[in-house]
Design a protein around this ligand. Structure first.
Ligand code: C2E
Ligand code: MG
Ligand code: MG
Length: 742
């Protein structure tokens, strides 16, 4: 701002030369005082009169405007003016009064003091106006003698300083309160730190430029082994330094200020910068560097101290928040995102389009067996090793998460996910404690469409995984839309089956078994029927479903009990020796309480166990499950008979068969079908009969449909038969009638 050159008298020239009005005096900057007057003499007289004044240790910076319009322009740029000497009459009669309104209302400058001056002694504004617009003083120009001018100026500036202090601290308090709520809502130390910098800068009215350093051990992502502090927050031109160790900073002065502050645990405030120290009870020491450029005023320093106390608590909260966040969104075992976080990530990707992205689920085969066998600690170690192996094989941008005990999820661009490559990661055994574990993974993959819901996407990958598990253990499978329809219809069927079991919509039919030599009825096989309004669903279709879903356990018990109850009726009604054959599924066999269940049923129904025969298929017998021999012996111990069903379709070895303690072999109907056709199949049926003779087992043929087949079997030495030749499976009452008729 320069003094106007409107004036020409010597005294005023002198003022021009001698006063460098922008020069700073004392502690702070000079008080900006604006003179608005259309008379240049007033300007020069005022500046001359007040040239040496120091108020509260600060000099005066004069600003000049020669019209209301000029004043307006100037005020648009300077909001820090302390006092305005304002002429009332300028362009118009009341320009000055209009200016007052503009200053207070339009510019919202409430602290600036205003002294109105007028040349005409008789003219005075309304008292109301003086009150409304907070006019400090009203003087005629002649009244403003040198001393009075000095007094007026001093009073006005002191009052301005008080007002400014009050409103600044009010603003500061507001900010502290706001920042408390605002900052606590921010996630993560980085955000919080940036917030602190912004708030502090706002408090001292600077542009947000600064750095926050934390001791290495408290910095969240620290990878630095030494004690070097790390920059955890940065704003303005320092932004790029985030997460760097302090010694990376090019400006050694700043680095030293921060380091010193942390070491000496105190605020360091000097000429050009301010470094504030925060310490919390959690021992999280933090230093904040601000590029202040000039020393802070006492008021600013005081305000910062209040702010610091408040923020120290904030840092602690952020820390807690981060911990909670970690618990909620990451898998603490492997230190990778969990299911919740994965879903978030997929949802985030959807915002920019998820076409071209794939989810792969990798399931560790037989994990629960390993976990049981080697202990949970080793199980955990294995999972960590698998996570590490997977991570190592993935592209940097690809996400690895753990979404269930032994299921990892991989989310990345289609090109970055190759199931074969993922499988190769399992080629080398995993070193866990002293073991080298050969583990394979089964993989289900789903490629995403744009806008696809994250839950759906994950569900698709699950469907594919299940398919891969069921069909191709240790392989992979991509999701297709048909899978879902299949799954859906299986689910409907399962739902209906469950309802049928509850409503007892299932019933048992009985098919007689005949002694081929005497023609007498020796027993019956119970066969399950499911009649629905849409027709009969064959057991071949719903038994596997019941097995798959576990429903077979309850269903199997119901079959066993119902069949025994029915057989008991025969025994009590004239057929005391009739045997009842009951099919038992592999899943039932594996259930640990199977033997107990059978024992209880036999006791409850009080049936002679020798008349109860359990059929297991040859494939089950051949699965060679450890403990099968033992299990069969326990069942034999209960007194029940055992038969191997569908015999000839599996690959039983003679020696194995010898070890299995069973009573009967059932020749599969496919070998009976072709009997008498004089081809190679004949010899299989014959072989089975021989085998039975050798092992002293009874042999029964199923699916006998013609008298020729029966004749052929009889000649081979087969003892018993079952099939449509005698009867198909009949409902209980019809079967009983059939019994009586024969
Ligand atoms: P399976 O135990 O081998 O039963 C013999 C199957 O052959 C029965 O079919 C029977 O109806 C059929 N069959 C009997 N005689 C003839 C014949 O002369 N010609 C022809 N073509 N077929 C004949 P079904 O009832 O459809 O049962 C199929 C399979 O479902 C059974 O084979 C058995 O493995 C299973 N199953 C049936 N009921 C139960 C049950 O209660 N529990 C369990 N776990 N499985 C059952
Ligand atoms: Mg059977
Ligand atoms: Mg069979």
């Amino acid at each position: 701002m320069s003094i106007s050159n409107h004036h020409d008298d010597d005294a005023l020239q002198f003022v021009d030369e001698d006063f460098s009005i922008t020069e700073k005096q004392g502690m702070g900057k000079d008080w900006p005082v604006l003179i608005v007057d259309d008379d240049p003499d007033v300007h020069s007289a005022t500046t001359f009169a007040l040239r040496d004044i120091t108020i509260l240790g600060r000099g005066i910076e004069f600003l000049h405007a020669y019209s209301g319009a000029e004043a307006r322009q100037l005020l648009q740029l300077r909001k820090d003016i302390a006092l305005i000497f304002l002429d009332v009459v300028m362009e118009k009669e009341n320009t000055g009064l209009e200016m007052v309104k503009v200053i207070r209302e339009e510019f919202g400058m409430l602290e600036v003091r205003i002294v109105l001056r007028t040349g005409q002694p008789g003219y005075a504004p309304e008292l109301q106006a003086i009150r409304d617009y907070d006019i400090n003083d009203y003087k005629t120009k002649s009244e403003l003698t040198l001393t009075r001018l000095v007094t007026t100026l001093t009073t006005a500036i002191r009052s301005y300083d008080q007002l400014a202090t009050i409103s600044a601290s009010r603003r500061g308090l507001r900010m502290i309160v706001d920042s408390a709520t605002d900052l606590f809502g921010r996630r993560g130390l980085e955000n919080f730190a940036a917030g602190v910098l912004t708030q502090i800068s706002a408090l001292v009215r600077l542009s947000p430029e600064g750095l926050i350093a934390a001791k290495a051990e408290t910095a969240p992502h620290h990878t630095h082994v030494d004690d070097e502090p790390v920059i955890v927050g940065a704003a303005g031109k320092f932004r790029d330094w985030i997460n760097h160790p302090l010694h990376d900073l090019q400006d050694k002065k700043i680095a030293n200020a921060l380091r010193q502050c942390l070491e000496q645990r105190r605020n360091i405030i000097d000429e050009s910068c301010t470094t504030l120290f925060f310490s919390t009870s959690a021992e999280r020491d933090i230093a904040v560097y601000l590029n202040t450029g000039e020393p802070l005023t006492a008021m600013d320093t005081q305000m910062l101290e209040v702010f610091c106390t408040n923020i120290a608590i904030g840092f602690e909260n952020v820390d807690l928040f981060q911990q909670l966040n970690a618990y909620a969104f990451s898998d603490l075992l492997c230190n990778i995102p969990n299911r919740t976080r994965l879903l978030q990530i997929i949802a985030e990707q959807r915002q920019t389009g998820s076409a071209g992205w794939t989810i792969a689920l990798v399931d560790v085969d037989h994990f629960s067996e390993i976990n049981d066998a080697l202990g949970h600690e080793n199980g955990d170690r294995l999972l960590r090793a698998v996570a590490e192996r997977l991570r190592g094989g993935l592209n940097k941008e690809t996400i690895l998460a753990r979404i269930a005990a032994d299921t990892f999820a991989i989310f990345g661009k289609n090109d970055h996910i190759d199931p074969l490559q993922l499988q190769h990661l399992f080629d080398t055994p995993f070193a866990v404690s002293e073991y080298f574990l050969r583990v394979r993974g089964t993989i289900g993959l789903a490629t995403l469409d744009n806008g696809q819901n994250e839950q759906t996407a994950l569900q698709h990958a699950h469907i594919a995984l299940n398919r891969a598990k069921n069909d191709l253990r240790g392989r992979y499978c991509y999701y297709t839309a048909e899978m879902e329809t299949e799954t859906k219809s299986r689910l409907t069927l399962l739902h209906d089956l469950r309802a049928a079991i509850e409503a007892q919509g299932l019933e048992l039919h009985f098919q007689p078994q005949i002694d081929l030599h005497t023609g007498k009825i020796v027993g019956a096989e119970a066969l399950l029927r499911w009649n629905t309004p849409q027709g009969m669903i064959p057991p071949d279709r719903f038994i596997p479903l019941a097995e798959y879903s576990g429903l077979i356990i309850d269903l199997g018990e119901w079959v066993l009990r119902s069949a025994c109850i029915e057989a008991k009726k025969w025994h009590q009604n004239g057929f005391p020796d009739l045997r009842i054959a009951i099919n038992v599924s592999m899943v039932q066999f594996r259930s640990p309480s199977f033997v107990k269940m059978v024992k209880q049923a036999l006791e409850d129904i009080a049936i002679d166990p020798h008349l109860v025969e359990l059929e297991i298929t040859e494939s089950v017998a051949m699965e060679g499950a450890i403990g099968l021999e033992n299990l069969l012996n326990q069942l034999r111990g209960l007194g029940v008979m055992l038969a191997i069903d569908d015999f000839g379709t599996g690959f039983s070895s003679l020696s194995y068969l010898q070890r299995l303690n069973v009573d009967r072999l059932k020749i599969d109907r496919s070998f009976v079908n072709t009997l008498g056709a004089a081809d190679a199949q004949t010899s299989i049926a014959e072989m089975i009969v021989r085998l039975g003779q050798n092992l002293k087992l009874t042999v029964i043929a199923e699916g006998v449909e013609t008298e020729d087949q029966a004749q052929a079997l009889r000649q081979l030495g087969c003892q018993e038969a079952q099939g449509f030749l005698y009867s198909k499976a009949l409902p209980a009452s019809q079967f009983f009638n059939w019994l009586k008729a024969h």
